[in-house]
Design a protein around this ligand. Structure first.
Ligand code: AMP
Ligand code: MG
Length: 491
């Protein structure tokens, strides 16, 4: 049996300035530790063949499969607000693209596959811990219905990477609808290469926004499309308590998927100012700052597109501002509608926003667990005697007062208690990838070569909305001594 990837590459057919041709660097002793079989099938790949030795060698970058055209993509980016004119794939190689079962073009990328011309000082490698973290969180996001890159496989390389200590090396096979970032446009904008910007924009419209290709002003429409998808994406993040952690423009996807899981985390107790990333000292990427930062990143994208808008700079700027102006409303509409659903409202009334804000304020003040408060509120909607929502509050009286108003409000709607509970349980997950669980999984893998905890966590998170009584403990917040206060980039 040979591994067959039905590659149909389009990015590597773009001009040479878009990438560097570079093969993955072979590794010593690849071992497949996880294959995402359903995703393999979705991509038209044979999971049984991928699980053979030959499959593992491909997923580790030891062998390049037929039809691949491996490249490292060029991009620039603002990192924590500072512009870097050249970043690029420094530890990743795009093998190629396949058309999946739904007709969607998907990139297949090896992350941690060795140095590229964009590596600068790094070794081009990834450590096992961050690879497992990305696998777990990206697949959990997918199960939550949030646009995201996916994880097809994780392989250990049989080599060590040197970070603060020597750690087992690993390669993640990442699948994305593309790896084109805001920073990809910035790479050409800083070089004043308007032809390349136009080529890239045309590629993006055809690939990600085909519905806009006939638009009268396709580049304006493209900016509007990215604004809409990013506004929706960030609203979805907030609604599940997700903190990306490093929303640099090079980690901001043009397709509107969540990309580059580094020091990301889901919060336990609700705290709008929550930051986990060890390198985010100023809280630039704190939970509640994410919408503002998304708009900041989109403004950087708009700047790149100005030459395509009009030769008249002033006119182009005014048009871009107009398009960016839609962000706030698109975001708040999605966010408020999501919150109304989270508290079980079927209709919209004056006073709803205040009711929701008062709950969030009380949660913040009382260190209520974000995930469990909403899930248990669903229980309370079905059965007024259920009091686990109130138990999330340090001062349960703060909840009682709010719950009285909530019951009054829900009583204005005709839906039954059971209907309301079902609607709430369909949007409020019980299982999220909690930090302390991820850490425990990584410790078992790195220290004991034990992947059973990883498998179990991935399995539970695949059904985040379903009560899974055998795994009830996975819903629990950390005990004080289990709390993870910081996360690290450290791939
Ligand atoms: P990230 O933190 O994943 O967004 O990466 C930021 C930039 O640093 C990208 O250009 C990466 O390719 C590069 N980079 C990160 N880690 C490494 C590494 N181990 N070796 C080479 N380049 C790296
Ligand atoms: Mg990145």
């Amino acid at each position: 049996m040979t591994v067959h990837f039905p590659f149909q590459n389009s990015y590597s057919a773009l001009p040479d300035s878009f990438f560097a041709r570079v093969a993955p660097t072979p590794v010593a002793a690849p071992r497949l530790i996880k294959l995402n079989r359903p995703l393999a099938v979705q991509l038209g790949l044979d999971p049984d063949v991928l699980e053979t030795r030959e499959g593992a060698e491909i997923l580790a970058g030891k062998t390049v499969p037929a039809g691949a055209d491996p490249i490292a993509m060029a991009y620039a980016g603002h990192q924590f607000g500072q512009f870097v004119p050249q970043l690029g794939d420094g530890r990743a190689v795009l093998l190629g693209e396949v058309i999946d079962k739904d007709g969607i073009r998907r990139d297949i990328q090896l992350k941690g596959s060795g140095p590229t011309p964009f590596s600068r000082r790094g070794d081009g490698r990834a450590a096992l811990g961050p690879v497992l973290r990305e696998y777990i969180v990206s697949e959990a996001m997918f199960a939550l219905g949030i646009p995201t890159t996916r994880s097809l496989a994780a392989v250990v390389t049989g080599e060590h990477v040197i970070r603060e200590t020597a750690l087992p090396g690993a390669v993640l096979t990442r699948v994305a609808s593309s790896h084109i970032r805001v920073g990809t446009f910035q790479f050409f904008a800083v070089r004043r290469d308007t032809d390349a910007i136009r080529r890239l924009a045309d590629h993006v419209v055809a690939r990600h926004y085909p519905e806009l290709s006939g638009a009268e002003r396709p580049y304006h429409a493209l900016l509007g499309g990215v604004v809409a998808r990013q506004a929706d994406l960030v609203a979805r993040w907030l609604l599940v308590g997700f903190i990306h952690g490093v929303m640099n423009t090079d980690n901001s996807s043009i397709s509107g998927e969540t990309i580059d899981y580094g020091p990301c985390a889901f919060m336990d107790a609700y705290n709008p100012a929550q930051v986990f990333s060890s390198i985010d000292e100023m809280g630039r990427y704190a939970y509640a700052n994410q919408p503002r930062i998304a708009l900041w990143n989109l403004t950087r994208l708009a700047e790149c597109l100005l030459p395509l808008f009009s030769d008249d700079q002033e006119k182009a700027v005014a048009e871009a501002q107009d398009i960016l102006g839609a962000f706030s409303e698109t975001f708040s509409d999605a966010y408020q509608a999501g919150l109304r659903k989270k508290i079980g409202l079927f209709t919209e009334r004056d006073g709803d926003d205040a009711l929701i804000q008062d709950l969030l304020d009380a949660m913040a003040k009382n260190q209520a667990d974000f995930t469990l408060t909403f899930r248990r509120l669903g229980d309370a909607a079905g059965d007024p005697a259920a009091d686990d929502a109130r138990a999330q509050f340090m001062d349960p009286a703060a909840f009682d007062e709010w719950a009285r108003r909530w019951h009054e409000r829900t009583a204005l709607e005709p839906q039954s208690a059971a209907e309301r509970q079902a609607a709430m349980h369909a949007v409020n997950p019980i299982f999220i990838p909690r930090n302390h669980r991820i850490e425990a999984v990584i410790q078992a893998a790195v220290n004991d070569d034990n992947y059973a905890p990883f498998e179990e966590l991935v399995k539970v998170l695949a059904k985040p909305l379903e009560d899974q009584p055998d795994y009830a403990a996975y819903a629990d917040p950390p005990l004080p001594e289990q709390r993870v206060l910081q996360t690290f980039c450290g791939t």
